[in-house]
Design a binder for this molecule. Structure first.
Ligand SMILES: Nc1ncnc2c1ncn2[C@@H]1O[C@H](COP(=O)(O)OP(=O)(O)OP(=O)(O)O)[C@@H](O)[C@H]1O
Ligand SMILES: [Mg+2]
Length: 317
């Protein structure tokens, strides 16, 4: 018999995976030829950040799925495998996205160019759903992260959440805008809105009372709501209680992917059945450790352990 508690795999879903390519140049001038001194390419996408950080934190069984197409798709799949993550990406026609970031080392500016990515056809989506069903049936937890690809409906996450849950997996959702608003109607176990995302979830809450907002979301049937506030830590709700997560002041290097790292840290504790306070501490330490690294979705376990000792979680009465 399948016992959900005996499952250890965490599956992350990245429907809009990309190659993140960063060009470091002495100067970037619009309309002129610029020469890059250094180029760094990584397999990108929010779910892949979660998967990578889970591995860095020491979770053994991590699988990653989504769509991968063309040479870029092959690069993404190779990157996933090199990180020790099981690649379960569904091959699609066309080319996965390339997202370019031009860093001007003179003035420190960053100029991004983001490709739209391939449009997903009906057949490919059906194939993906079958894959997700199979993976969910062996996973303790499925984490859905990031934006939806072109050609898909904004309610897609709601449908996928229902599918994973029916296969016996627990479900987390971390996305934004319309896909978040529609996704929460399927009542994922955990959501992690940042400051902007909280506003889109609670458009009528003008009073800015975060505690009330979190209580409303819990009343809708979402068991764990973690609102992350960047350098200000986080406020979370679970089991009818509200918690304040206080983090130490650090000198951030690159905070992109700190939310994804927070999700990874929370997932690590959640599948182990840790108490909420411990999950939140682990999560916030991962978010802050990521902010100390130049690379997106990168947690040094030693920094994580050090930060963990400096984070306090208390009930906010
Ligand atoms: N400047 C910072 N200093 C210290 N810790 C930070 C900082 N920024 C983020 N963190 C840590 O990371 C967590 C998540 O950050 P944040 O609220 O910025 O997520 P996010 O906007 O969803 O990020 P992303 O979507 O890029 O992954 C915070 O709760 C905190 O623990
Ligand atoms: Mg985020």
């Amino acid at each position: 018999m399948t016992n959900a508690n005996a499952r250890t795999t965490i599956t992350t879903v990245t429907l809009n995976a990309a190659i993140d390519k960063t060009y470091y140049m002495p100067a970037f001038v619009k309309g002129k030829v610029s020469r890059a001194a250094k180029v760094v390419s990584t397999a990108g996408g929010k779910g892949l950040n979660v998967a990578r950080v889970l591995k860095q934190l020491g979770h053994a069984e991590v699988a990653a799925t989504g769509f991968a197409g063309g040479y870029n798709g092959q690069f993404i799949v190779n990157g996933v495998k090199e990180a020790g993550i099981r690649s379960e990406f569904v091959a699609i026609p066309g080319e996965s996205r390339l997202c370019m970031n031009f860093i001007d080392e003179g003035d420190g500016s960053s100029t991004e160019v983001l490709e739209p990515g391939p449009v997903i056809g009906e057949d490919q989506l059906e194939r993906f759903k079958r894959e997700l069903q199979r993976l969910s049936a062996e996973s303790a937890l499925v984490v859905f992260s990031g934006s939806l690809p072109g050609g898909t409906a904004p309610a897609l996450y709601a449908e996928l959440i229902a599918l994973s849950r029916a296969a016996g997996a627990d479900v987390f959702l971390d996305t934004s805008g319309e896909s978040l608003v529609r996704g929460v109607t399927a009542l994922p176990s955990f959501i992690k809105p940042n400051e902007d995302e909280i506003v889109s979830l609670l458009p009528d809450s003008h009073d800015g009372d975060l505690r009330e907002g979190i209580r409303k979301l819990m009343a809708q049937g979402i068991p764990i709501v973690a609102a992350t506030l960047g350098a200000e830590g986080a406020v979370a709700g679970a089991g009818g209680r509200i918690y304040r997560v206080r983090i130490p002041k650090i000198e951030p290097v690159n905070t992109v992917g700190s939310g994804d790292s927070f999700v990874a840290g929370y997932a690590y504790g959640h599948v182990r059945g840790w108490p909420i306070e411990e999950c939140l501490r682990y999560a916030a330490a991962a978010g802050s450790a990521n902010a100390l690294s130049e690379t997106t979705g990168d947690v040094d376990p030693r920094e994580h352990a050090r930060l963990l000792r400096e984070i306090a979680v208390e009930e906010w009465l």
